[in-house]
Unconditional design. Structure first.
Length: 169
């Protein structure tokens, strides 16, 4: 974000509050996962069932309030269960570990001490960069250079009677 300062009535202000830190990044990840973590919110199933099975359509206002209330109830129950599900050290949530290590890799730019990191001398950020570039090339290159592979299903469909091209005998 640009760090341009503005003057309004003799006061200096800027849209950029400062450097982006791990707490802000973590909050963005939490809110994004709460909104669309597993695809959509659970309220969509209720709305689809009301419209499809019962023929009820209460309008966009009801849908919006249903979305807000179900999310707030979920956060409320999560807050009540924090003592049992979050605070104990025995509670381990594997999906949180992925987000945590990713955020830490993006924000930690320090040199790695091989004595403390089981012999690894590469920094987390550099390792993430190598894996990102490698996975990009791994998925992009075949999709770009071998587009004929996308038409393989049509070929098998047209020549489905040839037994050596299909698994059907």
């Amino acid at each position: 974000m640009p760090s341009h300062t503005f003057r309004t009535f003799g006061l200096k202000w800027s849209l950029n509050p400062g450097p982006f830190n791990m707490k802000e990044h973590g909050l963005i990840v939490i809110m994004a996962n709460a909104a669309i973590g597993n695809g959509v919110g659970y309220f969509t199933d209720t709305i689809v069932a009301q419209r499809g099975f019962y023929g009820q359509n209460f309008g966009w206002g009801f849908n919006l309030l249903l979305a807000i209330t179900t999310q707030c109830i979920g956060f409320g129950i999560a807050g009540l269960m924090r003592k049992y599900l979050v605070e104990p050290a025995a509670m381990l949530w594997p999906t949180v570990l992925v987000n945590t290590s990713f955020i830490y890799a993006l924000h930690d730019h320090s040199k790695t001490d091989p004595a403390k990191s089981n012999g690894w001398s590469i920094a987390r950020y550099r390792y993430f960069l190598y894996v990102f570039v490698g996975s990009f090339v791994w998925y992009w290159f075949p999709g770009y250079s071998m587009q004929a592979l996308f038409f393989l299903t049509e070929t098998l469909y047209l020549y489905g009677h040839v037994h050596y091209m299909t698994q059907y005998h």
